[in-house]
Design a protein around this ligand. Structure first.
Ligand code: SF4
Length: 442
């Protein structure tokens, strides 16, 4: 008898991707095969995203597509908290669950396509590193779920609940398995990485027979022992962040911080109810760069938040000039159903939002172009991500996270392979990307 087959559609952010990987790992452990097409699957799981309205629309479309191609569809993920909406549009879905409800998803799969009895998880093991949906050489490492903050534009805490940190021993074991399996770069993710362990009072766990505290600095120390790239995402500028900068300066973890600042004007930040912001943020950025001159700071911003005045916006532009951030994304504010910010007064008209967005992007592009130009002539390490159709290698440096930052286009006399880390000299730059010559070792 052949193994039951599951189709899987994974939408949304890296955190949702990690959920998908967990569900797939469990199903593979139980002997399921993964079907690359709807038609070949006994059941299809759609892991949805419900962050903004366009993501919800995309999720509903994906569910519809799976229903027409296969008919047996299980829905999970962030949009799963809106079961009624999903059932209204697609009454034939078999089950709907919210994010991180791995067991319920697996149970629903059992109900439609039971696992083979003769499968023995101790003999027919999945690869020890689990199933990864990301390319072989990098992987996301989720350290916690949920968030204790209540930013007024965000509905994540109502979907995912308060912060729950994963045991540090489990996190480190997963990281070790991934490193042993050949992963070259770990991307640490959560809703609030610097708050890791707050919920359990930084309790100590065990890894390799020694105690490690459930805390960002101690986690980074331990991860640095794996000898691979470690990149931190979604960090808020709590005082404890100062402790990881020396680890970056010493080359133990990547000199890269992804801090979603969202705005700079104290008035707007207050209306947004953002955590850990204070007047000294600029001074701290300068201090971090003094300790670690190669530090790359990435961030995202929202323009046109309710009540944002031209003065607030100018404050933000001036702050950007001072902060000299390397990588920046910017969104125009749009209301998210259920977010408290919807009830705020003074919504900014669409044409003003568009105008501010364009001015912001032009302002930041000039900064980013100038900062990348400073790299021309320098030697950098590049992790090769792919070989393009012309046979040229495209990779990323310490300063570039996959999918959200720029690339390094490599010219080499050697045949390079994805996952290889090569030393290159930067020859050119533009507003986002670098061009570099590979320097063979001999
Ligand atoms: S920190 Fe704010 S924006 Fe981020 S998940 Fe928590 S509530 Fe949402």
């Amino acid at each position: 008898m052949s193994a039951p087959r599951v189709g899987f559609v994974s939408l949304g952010c890296p955190k949702a991707l990690v959920d998908s990987e967990r569900i797939l790992t469990q199903l593979r452990t139980e002997g399921y095969d993964i079907s690359p097409s709807y038609e070949g699957a006994d059941v299809v799981v759609v892991n949805t995203c419900g962050f903004i309205d366009s993501a919800k629309a995309e999720s509903l479309d994906a569910i519809g597509e799976a229903i027409s191609a296969n008919g047996k569809v299980i829905v999970t993920g962030c949009m799963g908290v809106e079961e009624q909406v999903i059932r209204q549009v697609h009454p034939s879905v078999l089950s709907v669950t919210g994010p991180q409800q791995y067991e319920e998803v697996v149970r629903a799969v059992h109900g439609v396509a039971p696992p083979l009895r003769e499968h023995d998880p101790y003999v027919d093991l999945v690869p020890p590193q689990g199933i990864k949906l990301t390319p072989r050489h990098y992987a996301y490492l989720k350290i916690s779920e949920g968030c204790n903050h209540r930013c007024s534009f965000c509905i994540i805490p109502s979907m995912r609940g308060d912060l729950v940190s994963r045991p540090v021993g489990d996190v480190l074991q997963e990281a070790q398995r991934l490193a042993n399996a050949g992963v070259k770069e770990l991307l640490v993710i959560s809703q609030d990485t610097s708050a890791y362990g707050v919920d359990i009072k930084y309790r100590s766990g065990f890894w390799n027979g020694r105690p490690v505290r459930t805390r960002m600095t101690e986690l980074c120390q331990a991860l640095s022992e794996l000898g691979i790239w470690v990149r931190l995402h979604y960090v808020y500028p709590y005082p404890s962040v100062d402790e990881v900068i020396p680890l970056m300066a010493e080359g133990k973890i990547l000199p890269y911080l992804d801090i979603p600042f969202q705005h700079a004007s104290p008035r707007v930040l207050k209306a947004m109810k953002r955590p850990a912001f204070e007047d000294r943020t600029l001074a701290r950025i300068h201090q971090w760069r003094e300790t670690c001159p190669d530090l790359t700071i990435r961030s995202t911003f929202i323009v046109g938040f309710p009540g944002e005045t031209e003065e607030d916006f100018q404050y933000l532009l001036n702050w950007m000039t001072e902060a000299q951030l390397d990588r920046v994304g910017c969104f125009q504010y749009s209301p998210v159903e259920g977010a408290p910010a919807n009830a705020l007064g003074d919504h900014v008209p669409d044409d003003v939002k568009q105008d501010r967005w364009e001015r912001f992007m032009a302002h930041q592009q000039a900064i980013s172009t100038a900062r990348l130009a400073l790299k021309v002539g320098r030697d950098i390490d590049v992790l090769v991500d792919e070989i393009d159709e012309d046979g040229d290698a495209v990779g990323r440096s310490h300063a570039d996270a996959p999918e959200i930052d720029g690339c390094v286009f490599i010219s080499s006399t050697e045949k390079l392979k994805p996952g290889q880390i090569v030393r290159c000299t930067v020859t050119d730059s533009n507003e986002y990307d670098l061009w570099a010559d590979h320097k063979p070792l001999s």
